[in-house]
Design a protein around this ligand. Structure first.
Ligand code: NOJ
Length: 562
């Protein structure tokens, strides 16, 4: 056993240990029956999360938006889209969450706005060289007529990262940069008004009572001066290729001073020094290597950053051991917690991903005509992977529905797809709709209890009925009850704040000891073909799947031992 993380050296703060549940507002609970989830729906279902045992929720964007990218195209950062409710509904949601002892983290989207944001509309109207244009990245095109984009950057959703506008007088005009969809123009973060505006937006939501922010594309705000050409394709999101996250549009040193300023604002909301009052921010930064990503969680910047290397790890013991070790080394070196994650609204659900061939690259969506995953294998591995993750010291994020073992919708008809990736890629990349399908709550209700009507903005696959919350509740073998037990034991054994030692040379097995004030918990994940014996005298506290007839740990299973 080698100690690779000393939890005792970390101060005590809720966000270092929290399990945070991601809610996708359009897909969690629909109160008004229009087929799209909303804030009153969320508020009504919050007791479910208290009973599940999570510490906080993160809500994907609910702001005023034309919904070109499901709300990641914000037209007004200080208001709620009527699809989701009103500002009063947001206040009610935050109040109810706090009553239930759940913290609330909202999404902040600072890299780009919607093209329907007042500032972008003003920029279009004002013309080249105007102060209004300077808040975004407008440039003249190349070539004698300005017909070619200013550089060769590709958009993450496909196609060029530049769109040419028509000037107010009808003439072909300048181009603007959008790293994502044309309806998501990038701000120019060199502009002081952009910085001041977002600082004011932070205050707005902190004053309303939220506990923090998940920051979208945190590694993208500052672009390399001169916007030099870059040949690589942009893979969504982060991708797994060597060039991903490396271009002149990502991870520029200049981003860090923005986050230092934000951290000062967050800190100013907790002058008591009582860490239970900490307001926090979590970086969505697809940055490699881990040492580079750790720069975002220096004590003067973000509190957390998603560990996407863990999400992208193949189902191999050596790879898991390696990512666990590398992640702690990088984050511990800056005094930050490691923040684990396996699924979110941008990636194929891990219950499906882990049912694909191990070496296949992570797909961006799966369609009916693609090779289908092995659903049973995927779920078994997903349960084992989550049982490993939730034992690891640090924080973890859960994606809604993973506690039900929901698979990706892999046979969704193409004509209902809404992810801009599908259109922008010329119908070659399916995109992210398959992981965003509305939640099943009650098997016998319309829309499986998602809302009072039959409507759902994306169709629910047949397999979801048997996985509904009411079908799993009380069934000790269900994924939902496994999650409840894991979250309870994680707390009781104080795993999140523990120290971690890892066994070396264990072949296809990952074995760690987590030691906290509550004692030592041994966690074994068996990725090998044969069974692994439970060490003599150990008590099995939890198993991600049934043990075999001899009481040994079968393949693709994790146990927690006391
Ligand atoms: C990352 C978000 O998670 C994703 O859903 C979105 O499409 C892009 N950022 C653009 O905002």
């Amino acid at each position: 056993m080698t100690t690779i993380h000393d939890g005792t050296s970390h101060p005590d703060a809720w966000w270092r240990k929290a399990v945070i549940y991601q809610i996708y507002p359009r897909s969690w609970a629909d109160a008004n029956g229009d087929g799209i989830g909303d804030l009153p729906g969320i508020t009504s279902r919050l007791p479910y999360l208290r009973d599940l045992g999570v510490d906080a929720v993160w809500l994907s964007p609910f702001y005023t938006s034309p919904q070109a990218d499901a709300g990641y195209d914000v037209a007004d950062y200080r208001d709620i889209d009527p699809l989701f409710g009103t500002l009063d509904d947001a206040k009610d949601m935050v109040a109810r969450a706090h009553e239930l002892d759940l913290r609330v983290i909202v999404d902040l989207v600072p890299n780009h706005s919607s093209d329907e944001h007042a500032w972008f509309q003003a920029a279009l109207a004002a013309g080249p060289g105007s102060p209004e244009r300077a808040r975004y990245i407008f440039r003249d095109g190349k070539g004698p007529e300005g017909n070619e984009p200013p550089n060769n950057w590709k958009a993450v959703f496909g196609g060029s990262a530049w769109t040419r506008i028509t000037e107010a007088d009808g003439s072909p005009g300048q181009w603007y940069l959008h790293l994502f969809d044309p309806k998501q123009p990038d701000f120019d973060w060199n502009h002081s008004e952009v910085r001041a505006e977002f600082e004011s937006v932070l205050h707005f939501w902190l004053d309303l009572g939220v506990d923090g922010f998940r920051v979208d594309v945190a590694h993208g705000l500052v672009k390399e001066a001169g916007l030099p050409d870059w040949e690589a394709e942009q893979e969504l999101l982060g991708g797994t290729g060597p060039d991903d996250g490396q271009g002149p549009m990502w991870d520029q040193d200049g981003v860090h001073e923005i986050y230092e300023a934000w951290r000062r604002i967050l800190n100013s909301y907790n002058t008591s020094g009582d860490s239970s009052q900490d307001r926090v921010m979590c970086a969505e930064a697809w940055v490699k290597p881990a040492s580079r990503a750790a720069r975002y969680v220096r004590q003067t910047e973000f509190h957390q950053a998603f560990n996407f290397d863990f999400l992208d790890t193949t189902w191999r013991a050596a790879d898991l051991r390696d990512v666990i070790e590398t992640s702690y080394a990088a984050n511990d070196s800056v005094g930050a917690p490691t923040t684990w994650v396996l699924s979110n609204h941008d990636v194929v659900r891990h219950a499906t991903r882990l049912g694909l061939p191990i070496d296949a690259p992570r797909p961006n969506g799966i369609g009916a005509e693609d090779a289908q995953p092995d659903a049973e294998l995927g779920l078994r591995r997903a349960r084992a992977a989550t049982a490993l993750m939730l034992a690891l010291p640090g924080g973890s994020y859960l994606w809604q529905g993973e506690e039900l073992g929901l698979p990706e919708h892999t046979t969704m008809p193409d004509d209902v797809r809404q992810d801009p990736t599908w259109e922008r890629s010329g119908h070659t990349v399916k995109g992210r709709d398959g992981c965003r399908v509305p939640m099943p709550w009650e098997a016998d209700k319309p829309s499986l209890g998602f809302g009072p009507s039959e409507q759902t903005w994306l169709p629910q696959p047949e397999s979801y009925a048997a996985l509904a919350v009411d079908q799993q509740t009380g069934d000790e073998t269900s994924t939902l009850e496994l999650y409840r037990t894991m979250l309870r034991l994680r707390r009781e054994r104080a795993l999140a704040g523990g120290s971690l030692a890892m066994a070396t040379n264990t072949g296809e097995v990952v074995q760690v000891d987590i030691t906290s004030a509550a004692g030592t918990t041994t966690v074994i994940t068996n990725l090998g073909e044969g069974p692994v014996e439970v060490p003599e005298g150990a008590t099995v506290l939890l198993a991600s799947g049934p043990l075999d007839a001899k009481g040994d740990v079968p393949t693709d299973t994790t146990v927690w031992l006391g």
